[in-house]
Structure formats: C-alpha cells, structure tokens
Write a protein that binds this ligand. Structure first.
Ligand SMILES: [Zn+2]
Length: 96
C-alpha cells in the first residue's frame, strides 16, 4: 500500500485520496476569447512526461482538502507535498 503524506493530516493510505490531474495549469485570462481548439487544449491536453510531475490530489476520505504533490511517475514515489496556491518547490538534484 502506498502512503501519501497529506500536508494537513500526515501519512495516510492511498485509497483515501483522489487524483486531480496536473497541477499549475493556469485558467485562461479570458476564456471567451479562445478558439474552440485553444479551449480544447486547455481542457483536455496535459503533459505526459516521465519523472517529476506536479499533480493535484484531494484527501477525499480524510480532511477533504486539496493539495499539490510532486511525484516521480517512474517510481510512484512522492517527492514533495505542498498546499494549493503555493509555488512548486525546487527539489535538490531534481530534473523537470
Ligand atoms: Zn488530509
């Protein structure tokens, strides 16, 4: 069982969490100005990279709060967790 370190509750089992997709995807400043293609890009297209990946998670069966995490997609290891609204932390020796 994978443990995820909720920044508010501490380590909990992964089955208490809900994945929320890629973190730090900015909402368009004026979505009405977007073409259908650009709106589709915003809604459906995300990075799909190996290695460190910033994600949104919710502790759905716990405190019900959202937070961001950096996870290595090759190993599933969580490298950092941080509150929503905080900037992505720099990891020592990390690659993006
Ligand atoms: Zn929590």
């Amino acid at each position: 069982m994978l443990l995820i370190d909720c920044p508010y509750c501490g380590p909990r089992n992964e089955n208490e969490f809900t994945y929320g997709g890629q973190a730090h995807v900015p909402y368009p400043e004026d979505p009405y100005d977007l073409t259908d293609e650009a709106w589709g890009q915003y809604l459906f297209y995300r990075d799909n990279q190996q290695g460190e990946y910033a994600e949104r998670w919710a502790h759905a069966a716990g405190c019900r709060r959202w937070f961001n995490a950096i996870r290595d997609t090759r190993t599933y290891k969580f490298l950092a967790v941080y509150p929503m609204g905080a900037g992505r932390p720099e990891l020592a020796g990390g690659t993006r």
